[in-house]
Design a protein around this ligand. Structure first.
Ligand code: HEC
Ligand code: HEC
Ligand code: HEC
Ligand code: HEC
Ligand code: HEC
Ligand code: HEC
Length: 342
């Protein structure tokens, strides 16, 4: 089935998330599901503990299929989740479309743009490449206007052009799903369930503890740090591929066997709070120094960090708050990252 999906890739948005998988495959999968929910497709055989470097990525059940069953608990929140929206078709972003058409620097490209990358403040524009499972990125950097979030400003000087290599070599691993480092091609735009929940065994309908990231399955802080860190570590590099994103990582693999990152105290001390709280937490999990994880503070599906206020105070809090009065020590709106180019 993996080969089928990869052979018949076609860029057809089929609902949320925008999957590149063949729709016939999906129909077959759904029928199989309905007729015999106990048939586990090809998911079960890929629950191996070893890493997937240099090997084919496992086939996975796509988000559309998950949401077919999880429409009540997950679907409505997922439509507006930053992970689901990070790389979306331009047609799903009408205001961005209008801004592009009215901007003289972007106008020559306006009819070619097919995708928007970035959700909150900083954006980039993309189009399909002739190479399979790859996109070309327009060199222009865009940002939302601080006084009118509907308006998009170009923040650098033209003239602009389409770049063939940057997206697959520097971005794809964290803004699309199931990138194979060997070909640098992806199987779905944006971030599908698989990126965090891993290869999901459909037997989980009877035994939810088979899925990653459920409260019914105990996870080590290290594993949670690795799951989120595969993308939220933006200062790492794969030893084997040399790329700045994780190499064929599948949740459950050992991220740090190949993904090299400097988490030393000296480096963390120089990292701004926004990024430092993430790297410090991943380091503590990796080195068994704390039971606190991203999930102690963040609820991914509700896109909320409110529960962080109830976490027991530790030095980790003082990355962002002053120890005496708990005032914030950084500006939440201030965002920069050299890897993502903003
Ligand atoms: C055939 C229907 C079906 C499909 C397809 C399906 N699930 Fe489930 N899922 C269930 C049922 C039933 C449960 C157990 C009942 C519950 O706890 O909600 C469950 C439970 C879960 C849980 C644990 C819920 C908890 O309470 O902690 C997670 C996480 C999950 N599914 C994720 C997924 C993901 C990700 C996919 C796609 C890769 C998926 N499911 C596909 C039906 C399905
Ligand atoms: C190692 C993973 C990784 C790689 C590689 C990566 N990104 Fe990102 N990117 C992220 C994460 C994580 C965020 C969200 C960070 C946050 O909200 O704090 C992000 C956010 C963004 C945003 C949205 C910023 C905003 O909040 O408005 C844009 C635009 C972006 N990246 C572009 C790029 C581009 C272009 C490349 C390639 C040149 C790239 N990224 C490579 C992980 C990555
Ligand atoms: C960015 C990571 C991420 C992605 C992508 C993701 N999830 Fe989750 N999911 C989580 C986390 C984290 C939890 C909660 C674990 C906890 O709090 O114990 C969770 C919990 C769940 C649960 C259990 C019910 C709940 O609300 O706690 C279900 C069901 C679920 N996810 C389904 C899905 C489906 C379906 C998709 C794709 C459409 C998906 N998830 C995509 C991270 C993710
Ligand atoms: C496959 C890559 C990937 C994985 C895995 C991932 N993230 Fe993200 N995350 C991103 C990107 C990219 C963004 C920014 C999207 C944008 O603004 O375009 C993001 C945004 C976020 C945000 C800001 C959301 C918002 O609503 O503004 C939080 C919080 C977050 N992620 C937490 C997590 C946690 C916790 C996990 C692990 C359970 C996780 N992420 C796993 C790539 C990932
Ligand atoms: C001690 C609690 C705590 C822990 C642990 C924690 N975070 Fe956070 N994180 C926060 C708070 C609070 C914010 C600020 C939210 C805001 O500005 O609204 C934040 C902000 C973020 C942001 C930027 C969100 C945005 O809306 O722009 C991302 C991305 C993120 N965290 C990811 C992670 C990841 C990944 C981990 C695990 C490696 C993690 N965090 C661990 C509390 C925590
Ligand atoms: C990534 C930075 C970050 C970290 C780490 C962090 N906070 Fe926060 N905290 C914030 C931000 C931003 C706000 C304001 C918005 C919000 O509530 O999400 C906040 C608000 C709060 C509030 C509410 C304050 C008020 O005036 O309403 C409390 C209480 C709090 N944090 C406690 C903690 C504790 C306890 C920890 C450590 C376990 C912690 N924070 C770690 C960023 C952080």
């Amino acid at each position: 089935m993996a080969t089928l999906k990869r052979l018949f890739i076609s860029i057809v948005p089929t609902g949320t998330p925008f999957s590149f998988a063949l729709s016939i495959k999906r129909v077959i999968a759904l029928v199989a599901l309905l007729v015999a929910a106990s048939i586990t497709l090809s998911a079960a055989e890929s629950r191996e503990p070893n890493d997937h470097i240099g090997k084919a990525l496992p086939d996975y059940v796509t988000g559309d299929e998950c949401l077919f069953c999880h429409r009540n608990d997950i679907a409505s929140g997922w439509k507006v989740n930053a992970h689901q929206l990070t790389l979306r078709p331009l047609v799903a972003a009408p205001n961005t479309n209008k801004s592009i058409e009215s901007n003289p620097d972007l106008q020559p490209f306006s009819r070619q743009v097919q995708f928007v990358l970035g959700e909150k403040e900083h954006l980039r524009l993309l189009r399909k490449s002739t190479a399979y499972g790859q996109l070309e990125i327009l060199t222009a950097h865009l940002a939302r206007s601080p006084d009118d979030t509907e308006k998009i400003l170009v923040t650098d000087e033209g003239p602009f052009h389409w770049n063939k290599d940057t997206f697959s070599q520097r971005c794809a691993g964290c803004h699309t799903t199931a990138v194979d480092s060997r070909t640098q091609s992806f199987s779905a735009t944006s971030i599908d369930c698989y990126a965090c929940h891993g290869v999901v065994d459909l037997e989980h309908t009877n035994d939810p503890s088979l899925v990653h990231l459920t409260k019914k399955r105990p996870h080590s802080p290290r594993l949670i740090g690795e799951t989120c860190g595969q993308c939220h570590i933006r200062t790492g590099k794969s030893k084997a591929s040399g790329l700045p994103y994780a190499n064929n990582y599948v949740v459950g693999d050992d991220l740090f066997s190949d993904f090299q990152v400097d988490l030393s105290e000296a480096t963390l001390a120089l990292t701004p709070p926004r990024e430092r709280h993430i790297l410090a937490n991943i380091k503590e999990g990796r080195d068994n120094e704390s039971a606190e994880t991203c999930l102690s503070c963040h609820n991914v599906h509700r896109a909320s960090g409110r529960k962080h206020r109830r976490v027991v105070k530790s030095d980790h809090c003082f990355i962002c708050h002053a120890p005496n009065d708990m005032k914030l020590v950084y500006d939440r709106r201030e965002k920069h990252h050299s890897l993502c180019g903003y």
